[in-house]
Design a protein around this ligand. Structure first.
Ligand SMILES: *Cc1c(COP(=O)(O)O)cnc(C)c1O
Length: 413
C-alpha cells in the first residue's frame, strides 16, 4: 500500500507501514460438510486422545515488513516450517486456552474472551512476537467458532477447547526478534465430564526446591511455551507419586504459587481473628499467571461471599475475607495441624474449579477435610468451591445473564 503525499516542492512516495490485523478480510476455503469426519459424542473415547480437532484451522501470517496478512480458514492440516524457524530453536511461542460453551438455551458463548486476547498481547511482548488489535483477534476467533460450532458443538452443557497460538515462523538462526510470525487457532475435542459427577479431589505434589517454575524477572506471568516444557519432569514426578499436578513452590520460604496450569486457592480459619479467609498468591511478584478464572473467582467471592454480600446469596455459608498475598507451605502446615483448614481448590479454563484432596509434601502431607457423598464416594469438603463453580457454570452455560458471557451469533453456512 502506498500513498502519494504532495507538498509544494515534490511528490514523495510514502508507504502506509505494516498492516494491522483486520478480521474483515477473512479468506475461507472450507471442507464440505459431507466430507467432514463424524462428530464424536460427549463420552466418545476419541476425545481421550486429546488430539482430535474440528475440520478447520485458522491461520494468519505476519511479517515485519508488511504486517498482518488476511486471516484464512482452511482444512485442518500440518504446518510447514523451515528447520531453521525461530520457534523450533528459541521457543518464540505464546498460546491461549479458551473454551466455547454450548448453553442450555442453545446459544454459543465464550467467557471473558477479550481478556484472553489482551493476555496474548502481554505474552507476545515477553517473547518478541508481534502485537495486534485484540478486538480484531476476538473477531477472527468468533468467525471461526461461528463456522465450526453449529456442527462440532451440538450438545447443551458441553464445550470445545480453543487453542490460539503464535509462533516465530521465519528462518532465524541468529538470535533476534522474529521477522515472521504465524498465528493459528484450532479447536480440540476434549472429554466432557458430567457436572453431576463428584470429583474425588485432586492430589498435588509440592515441587522440589531444585525445580523452579518461575522467578521474578522471568516469564511466569506470560502464557508462553517456554514455561511448560521444562515443567514436564516435575509433572512426571507428580504422576509417579500418585498426584495429578505439581504445586509450585517458590524461594527459600517455599511460597505457594500455583498448581500445574491452574491457580491455587486455600480457605482457612485465620489464627487470631478466627475469620474465614479465601487466600491466593498475589500477582505482584509476576511468578504466576493472571488467570481469568482466578480473577473471576476473586470477583465473585468479593461480591457474593463476603460480609457485605446479600444474605440470601450467601445462604448457609459463613462470610469470608478475600486475601491476595504471599503465603508459605509452612503456614499451610500450621493451619492443617491446628485444624483450621477448610478447603482448597485450583482454577483454570482446563481444570475449571477442582477441589484439592491433599498436598504431598516431603516433610509432611497436608490433607484437606473430606466428606462421604450420597453415592458413598469420598470427596473433599467443597461448600465454597462448589458454590463458586455453580455460579461460573450458570454464566458460561447461559442459565443467567451476565456481562462475562460473550454470546456468538452462529450463521449456519
Ligand atoms: C492458563 C494457566 C492458568 C489458568 O488461567 P485461566 O485464564 O484461568 O485459564 C493458570 N496458571 C497457568 C500457569 C496457566 O498456564
Amino acid at each position: 500500500m502506498a500513498t502519494e503525499v504532495k507538498n509544494s516542492q515534490s511528490t514523495i512516495l510514502r508507504t502506509a507501514g505494516p498492516r494491522g490485523l483486520d478480521a474483515s478480510v477473512m479468506i475461507k476455503n472450507l471442507v464440505p460438510e459431507s466430507e467432514q469426519q463424524r462428530v464424536p459424542g460427549p463420552q466418545d473415547p476419541v476425545r481421550l486422545s486429546q488430539n482430535a480437532t474440528t475440520a478447520h484451522i485458522l491461520t494468519i501470517r505476519w511479517t515485519a515488513d508488511s504486517g498482518w496478512e488476511a486471516p484464512q480458514i482452511s482444512p485442518y492440516s500440518k504446518i510447514a516450517l523451515e528447520p531453521t524457524a525461530s520457534v523450533l530453536h528459541y521457543a518464540t511461542e505464546s498460546f491461549e486456552g479458551m473454551k466455547a460453551y454450548r448453553g442450555y438455551d442453545g446459544k454459543l458463548r465464550l467467557f471473558r474472551p477479550r481478556l484472553n486476547c489482551e493476555r496474548m498481547r502481554i505474552s507476545n511482548d515477553r517473547v518478541c512476537l508481534p502485537d495486534f488489535d485484540s478486538v480484531e483477534l476476538l473477531s477472527v476467533i468468533t468467525t471461526f467458532l461461528a463456522l465450526e460450532c453449529p456442527r462440532w458443538l451440538p450438545d447443551p452443557g458441553s464445550n470445545l477447547y480453543v487453542r490460539p497460538t503464535m509462533i516465530g515462523s521465519g528462518s532465524a538462526l541468529g538470535i533476534q526478534r522474529p521477522r515472521e510470525a504465524l498465528f493459528f487457532l484450532f479447536a480440540a475435542l476434549f472429554p466432557q465430564s458430567s457436572s453431576a459427577k463428584v470429583s474425588p479431589g485432586i492430589k498435588l505434589l509440592a515441587s522440589d526446591p531444585e525445580q523452579i517454575r518461575a522467578w521474578p524477572g522471568g516469564f511466569g506471568y506470560a502464557k508462553v511455551g517456554a514455561n511448560y516444557g521444562p515443567a514436564m519432569t516435575a509433572q512426571a514426578q507428580a504422576r509417579e507419586a500418585g498426584c495429578s499436578q505439581t504445586l509450585w513452590l517458590f524461594g527459600e520460604d517455599k511460597l505457594v504459587t500455583e498448581a500445574g496450569a491452574s491457580n491455587f486457592f486455600v480457605i482457612w480459619r485465620a489464627k487470631t481473628s478466627n475469620e474465614i479467609e479465601l487466600v491466593t498468591s498475589s500477582l505482584d511478584t509476576k511468578v504466576i499467571l493472571d488467570g481469568i478464572t482466578r480473577r473471576s473467582v476473586l470477583a465473585l467471592a468479593r461480591e457474593r461471599l463476603t460480609a457485605s454480600a446479600d444474605p440470601d446469596v450467601l445462604g448457609d455459608l459463613k462470610p469470608l475475607k478475600v486475601v491476595e498475598r504471599a503465603f508459605t507451605v509452612a503456614e499451610m502446615l500450621d493451619v492443617s495441624v491446628e485444624g483450621r483448614l477448610i478447603e482448597a481448590f485450583v482454577s483454570g479454563t482446563a481444570m475449571f474449579i477442582s477441589p484439592v484432596a491433599m498436598i504431598r509434601h516431603k516433610q509432611q502431607d497436608i490433607e484437606f477435610p473430606m466428606q462421604v457423598t450420597e453415592t458413598g464416594l469420598e470427596a473433599p469438603v467443597s461448600h465454597y468451591s462448589s458454590r463458586l463453580k455453580g455460579w461460573l457454570e450458570d454464566i458460561i452455560y447461559g442459565k443467567v445473564d451476565h456481562p462475562w458471557a460473550y454470546v456468538i451469533e452462529e450463521k449456519v453456512s
